[in-house]
Design a protein around this ligand. Structure first.
Ligand SMILES: NC(=O)c1ccc[n+]([C@@H]2O[C@H](COP(=O)([O-])OP(=O)(O)OC[C@H]3O[C@@H](n4cnc5c(N)ncnc54)[C@H](O)[C@@H]3O)[C@@H](O)[C@H]2O)c1
Length: 445
């Protein structure tokens, strides 16, 4: 392909996710179709690291780097077709809006944004500019989740009336949200937005319905100083690296991991950001125990829970329909701390999924799930192909998500957050009228 026909991307937010999900495919597999023209971040250390990896590990070249205050200058000088936003969640709206106002399309990591007010502003910008905004919901692209969509779409259990979804985060991955910026609600919106927007998006898409009324409950029940001390756990350090944490199963020593050390220890001197805060420290403003009841415009109801301190990771979702029931289960690893326990046979499995259909009046049957290849259960590489390859295969399951799907997912978490505060159910038509009157998600335009 000729050099000048490549799609030009600028990237804002050069942290952990950006390198694997966006920069690496642009600089390697899709080098002939895509070009990285500029990178932007608040932290000059991570900008420099990004360029070092581009040049020395990916065999690419350094690209012009800009501090956040120079975002506009980056767009003016490098003229990207599309801006990729992979910053801390709180700033997704700012960069997506600014990119579209300056004539670019935008791709944002999930969640699209963290409050209904910010969401309304994004929908308004898309309408006014006519630009395209994509939200990278990679969970849709996993083989198992796609198969669920296919079977429900074929009507194997008839019309869907009720959905139950339980999501488990373990003491490794789940705990990590309480070490990083995610622990501050004003940065991430809390896990009902940051994490659950994946799950609410899946349910919205699976049942092709628009969420309407949400009732939420939640609290910080496990992490945080107060909870720890009430269980007799002494909290003597604010962060892990450099302290004696030999007896602490939640400790993360950044210096023992080359990748984490380069990304977060060196750059810390520029902004003071610590990625290894004690999960039992002070000033955690998000919940670790959450439930939401969601009524859809079709009348279907979702019963959802998310807990972030469990021995194992994964989820179960059950759909009850007019012709039967479909159960889907994804199991990930238990968190076993070496020296504290020995893995039980079978528990060392890192990924396992199972799909069972129970038709009314007939025997249940299991459906084989194609093997997953690549990051996030096989979702990342398929999504990267859709984003970066002009020859990406047709997608009969509508897995690409735009601004309305991004909105529908995060608005459920936002409404659950508001409901937690007020004790009352929250209507999404009130928090975000521009979402429209459509009953099904596929009718949103
Ligand atoms: N889809 C997925 O499965 C998935 C997985 C991981 C992360 N993510 C998303 O990716 C995004 C980044 O997460 P991460 O894990 O890489 O976090 P990170 O902390 O490693 O990176 C965030 C980056 O944003 C930069 N930043 C902060 N404020 C900024 C601002 N105002 N302007 C410009 N840059 C700013 C930080 O300096 C940092 O480099 C998040 O939105 C997260 O939700 C998605």
């Amino acid at each position: 392909m000729a050099e000048n026909s490549r799609t030009k991307y600028a990237l804002v937010g050069t942290g952990q996710r950006a390198m694997g999900m966006f920069t690496t495919p642009i600089a390697s597999r899709y080098r002939d179709q895509a070009e990285l023209v500029g990178i932007c971040d608040t932290n000059p250390g991570r900008l420099e690291l990004h360029n070092t990896i581009l040049k020395e590990e990916l065999g690419y070249h350094e690209v012009p780097a800009f501090l956040a205050d120079d975002f506009d200058r980056m767009i003016e000088q490098t003229r990207p077709d599309c801006v990729i936003v992979a910053t801390v969640d709180r700033f997704h709206d700012f960069y997506a809006n600014r990119a579209m106002e300056m004539g670019c399309d935008a791709i944002t990591e999930k969640p699209m944004t963290i409050s209904a007010a910010k969401c309304r502003a994004i929908l308004e910008t898309v309408k006014r500019t006519g630009k395209n905004l994509r939200v990278t919901f990679n969970y849709r692209w996993r083989p198992g989740t796609t198969l669920v969509k296919q079977l429900l779409g074929e009507g194997v259990i008839g019309e869907i009336v009720h959905v139950d979804m339980e999501y488990l985060l373990n003491t490794s991955h789940g705990a990590d949200y309480f070490r990083r910026w995610h622990r501050e609600k004003e940065m991430s919106g809390g896990l009902l937005i940051h994490k659950a927007s994946h799950h609410f998006d899946l349910v919205n898409w699976w049942i092709d319905a628009v969420p309407e009324v949400v009732f939420g409950m939640g609290r910080l029940a496990f992490y945080g100083r107060e909870n720890a001390e009430s269980r007799g756990i002494e909290v003597s350090y604010d962060h892990y690296t450099g302290n004696d944490t030999s007896d602490d199963p939640f400790a993360l020593d950044l210096s023992t991991d080359e990748k984490l050390s380069r990304l977060y220890i060196e750059p810390e001197k520029h902004d003071g950001y610590r990625r290894d805060r004690n999960v039992f420290g002070d000033n955690i403003t998000i919940e670790d125990t959450m439930s939401a009841l969601v009524r859809y415009r079709t009348g279907a109801v979702l019963n959802y829970s998310l807990n972030a301190y469990l021995p194992r990771e994964g989820y179960t979702v059950m759909f009850n329909g007019t012709k039967g029931r479909l159960e889907y289960h994804e199991a990930e690893a238990s968190h076993i701390v070496p020296g504290r326990a020995v893995a039980v046979a079978g528990e060392e499995v890192t990924w396992r999924s199972r799909l069972i259909v129970h038709p009314l009046f007939s025997p249940a049957y299991e459906v084989d799930i194609p093997a997953a290849v690549g990051g996030h259960g096989g979702g990342d590489p398929l999504l990267q192909e859709q984003i970066f390859s002009p020859d990406a295969p047709e997608d009969p399951w509508g897995r690409s998500a735009g601004h309305e799907q991004g909105a529908a997912a995060m608005l459920v978490g936002d409404a659950a957050n508001q409901s937690m505060e007020t004790g009352a159910p929250i209507s999404i038509s009130d928090t975000c009228p521009p979402l429209g009157d459509a009953r099904v998600l596929s009718e949103l335009t």
